[in-house]
Structure formats: structure tokens, C-alpha cells
Design a protein around this ligand. Structure first.
Ligand SMILES: *Cc1c(COP(=O)(O)O)cnc(C)c1O
Length: 397
């Protein structure tokens, strides 16, 4: 028995089974590579679902977290710390947020969504518009805005008055958003739906119709933010200024952190003292990690790097690939006839971690620091991976 299969057996006896059987037991990582407990190495093209923005073991992140752990890990929100203040200032700066904007720190994406939902309730309205295909989190508030029925329905009734409209449909949006709507939630690129982009025109229309009706426009940048699409935040590519933005995944480079950013004094003032809170949110350890991530992206010009290296994924002309979608280093490779889960398994056998985001598409969300050579290594291996997945399908069917 391998160390991996032994641990997977123990996992089954110790864990709530919400994630099914894990594919691998990982032991360590370095740069864009991870190693499992049996010593096999994999090129990590998923980075813990768009989390490990700087890859694994990045010295700037390790140093920042180590140094912070030596002084203070947690202080509670009766107090504050310099890393929390500095990170909030840096986020507001890179978001080009106007004076009077603010940050609320949480510990995860779904908590950032919860904060945004509570913010929207403070408008005095309760109706929320979200998009078909949306994913905003799994806690019971966020779940109500998450479109996938299989996630939502076992837990209904959830918060009421949420309506879903098809993305990129101008008429449906105009019809759904009105004077009783509290907020419109959008992801600039819907990661969980299979890396589906909102058009620039649609995001601008979203800004227009929400402004016209006094509705909060909330952009969920939990997956798309922090450089993932080649800008600090994906919505910046359409030039809009939202009322609120949610962050998590890449922000801490792997250390759990989430954030709600409120734009402008009126929106920021909606949540008053005592109306929201968290024990861990804004702790100096997570905020030091966030600062190290933002510093490194800036210092190493990683936004430019993402745009450069991602161009390799613009046209993937490989037999068995019918197209690609997405922006920067958030991409889907649409497969022509071979099931994505089979390709994911074949890729893993070949030493590459990718994600079957739908039955027909692979998602790539590698560390922002991935090199052209590493990406090319995957693209060069892809034909043989597709072949192996195809052959595996022939023998099992
Ligand atoms: C991952 C994700 C969330 C939820 O984040 P968690 O940290 O898993 O709670 C919400 N919205 C989007 C767009 C995400 O990708």
C-alpha cells in the first residue's frame, strides 16, 4: 500500500464526506510544483483553486508570515494592528477606490459575500438579482445567490427574493433591476460556471441600470481579483466603479482571508458600529500575508507577466480541443468529445494538476508566477494526455 492510499483510507474514516474522495494527498510545494506523499511531482495548474497566487513556498510570503507569527497572530477586533490597516489602504489604492471607501476583513469568500448581503439589506430593500451560473459561496446567505440547484435545493428555504437572470442578456437585466432591488451581484468571469466572461458592454450596462435605480452593484472578485486576469481586478477592464467588491482566494496567497470593499462614503456608511463582525477577520497574520502578496505582485510586475504568459493560452490548436475561454490566468479549455474528468485524471497521471470545471471543460488557474516554459510544458504534453484519456474511455465503455 502506498502512503497516499493509506492516508485516503484514513480520510474516509475521519472526515465528513462532502468533498468525495480526494484525488491526492499532497505533502509539499515549491514554486509551481507540488509533491504528493509518495514523492510524485506535479505541475500545479490550479493553485488550490486560484489561491496560491505566488505559488508554493514563495520566500516573500514565507518570510512575512513567519515574521508576523513571531510578533502577533491575532489581536481581536477590540484592537487593531498595523498590517490590517496597511492592507486595507493597499487594497483601496489598487482598487482606485474613491475617498471614503472602506474594507471589512473576513476569512473566506463566502463570508465576504455574507458581508455584502448584509450591506445590501441596509439599503432598506431586500430583493437581490444574481446571474445564472453564479457562484458566491456555500454559507446559507451566499448560497441563496448561488445558482446551481444541486448546491441550493437541499437547504431551501434560503433567504427569499433572489432572482437569477441569464448573463450577458441586456433585456433580462433591465427587466429584473428596479426600484425595489437592493443589489445586483456579478462575477466578471464566472469561474465555477466554466470560466464564462461577462462582456465589457454588459458590465457597463450593469453599472448603468443599477445607478439609475439606486441599486448596489456588487462585483464578486473572489476568484478573478488580485491579478488573476492580468489587472488587479477584472472589473477594471471595463472601466466601471462598483459599489462593493468581494475578495478572498488569491488575496492571502494561501493564508485564509476574505474582504468586502465598499466604494465611496455613502456605501461605506451603510454598515455602522455593531452591525457586523468577526472574531478572526483582519488578524495580523492573514493581513501580513495579503501585504506580501500585493507587494510581490507589484515588485515583480506580475500583472504584466500574467498578460504576457497567458497569451500562450489564447489559441490552443490541438486535436480534441474545441476552444478556450477566459482571461489572463483564469482559463477554460473546452474539449471536443472527451469527458473532462477523464482528461483531468490522465493529466494527473502525466504529472499535471488541472480541474474538470464542467463535464466538457478543464479549468486552468495556475500561480501568477508560472513561467512560459512551465505552461508550454503542459501544452506540449496535452495531446498525449488527451490521447490517454480517450484510450481510457474506449477500454471502459
Ligand atoms: C470560491 C468562490 C467563492 C466562495 O469562497 P469560499 O472561500 O470558498 O467561501 C465565492 N465566489 C466566487 C466567485 C468564488 O470563486
Amino acid at each position: 500500500m502506498t502512503a497516499g492510499s493509506d492516508l485516503i483510507g484514513r480520510y474516509a474514516g475521519a472526515m465528513v464526506q462532502v468533498f468525495g474522495t480526494p484525488q491526492l494527498v499532497l505533502a509539499s510545494g515549491h514554486g509551481c510544483w507540488v509533491t504528493d506523499v509518495d514523492g510524485k511531482r506535479y505541475l500545479d495548474l490550479l493553485s488550490g483553486i486560484a489561491v496560491n497566487a505566488l505559488g508554493h513556498g514563495h520566500p516573500a510570503l514565507v518570510q512575512a508570515v513567519t515574521k508576523q507569527a513571531e510578533s502577533a497572530i491575532h489581536v481581536s477586533n477590540f484592537f487593531t494592528s498595523e498590517p490590517a490597516i496597511a492592507l486595507a489602504e493597499r487594497i483601496l489604492a489598487v482598487a482606485a477606490a474613491p475617498a471614503g471607501s472602506g474594507v471589512f476583513f473576513a476569512n473566506s469568500g463566502t463570508e465576504a459575500t455574507e458581508a455584502a448581503i448584509k450591506l445590501s439589506r441596509r439599503t432598506g430593500r431586500t430583493r437581490i438579482v444574481a446571474l445564472e451560473g453564479s457562484f458566491h459561496g456555500r454559507s446559507t446567505g451566499a448560497l441563496a445567490l448561488t445558482h446551481k440547484a444541486a448546491y441550493r435545493e437541499p437547504f431551501e428555504p434560503l433567504i427569499p427574493e433572489v432572482v437569477f437572470v441569464p448573463p450577458n442578456d441586456a433585456d433580462a437585466l433591465r427587466a429584473a433591476v428596479g426600484d425595489t432591488t437592493a443589489a445586483l451581484f456579478v462575477e466578471p468571469v464566472q469561474g465555477e460556471a466554466g470560466v464564462r466572461e461577462l462582456s465589457v458592454d454588459y458590465l457597463r450596462l450593469a453599472r448603468e441600470v443599477t445607478s439609475a435605480h439606486g441599486v448596489l452593484l456588487v462585483v464578486d472578485e473572489i476568484q478573478t481579483g488580485i491579478g488573476r486576469t492580468g489587472d488587479w481586478f477584472a472589473h477594471q477592464q471595463s472601466g466601471i466603479v462598483p459599489d462593493a467588491m468581494t475578495l478572498a482566494k488569491g488575496l492571502g496567497g494561501g493564508v485564509p482571508i476574505g474582504a468586502l470593499v465598499t466604494f465611496g462614503p455613502d456605501t461605506t456608511a451603510l454598515l455602522a458600529a455593531g452591525q457586523h463582525g468577526t472574531t478572526f477577520g483582519g488578524n495580523p497574520l492573514a493581513c501580513a500575508a495579503g501585504l506580501a502578496v500585493l507587494d510581490t505582485i507589484e515588485r515583480d510586475h506580475l500583472l504584466e507577466h500574467v498578460r504576457d504568459v497567458a497569451a500562450l493560452l489564447d489559441d490552443v490548436e490541438i486535436e480534441g480541443v474545441s476552444g478556450t475561454r477566459g482571461r489572463g490566468l483564469l482559463r477554460a479549455i473546452e474539449l471536443d468529445g472527451i469527458p473532462a474528468p477523464a482528461v483531468m485524471a490522465a493529466a494527473r497521471d502525466a504529472g499535471f494538476i488541472v480541474n474538470a470545471v464542467t463535464q466538457t471543460a478543464l479549468r486552468l488557474a495556475p500561480p501568477l508566477v508560472i513561467s512560459a516554459d512551465e505552461l508550454l510544458g503542459f501544452l506540449d504534453a496535452l495531446p498525449a494526455i488527451l490521447e490517454a484519456a480517450h484510450a481510457a474511455g474506449e477500454t471502459t465503455s
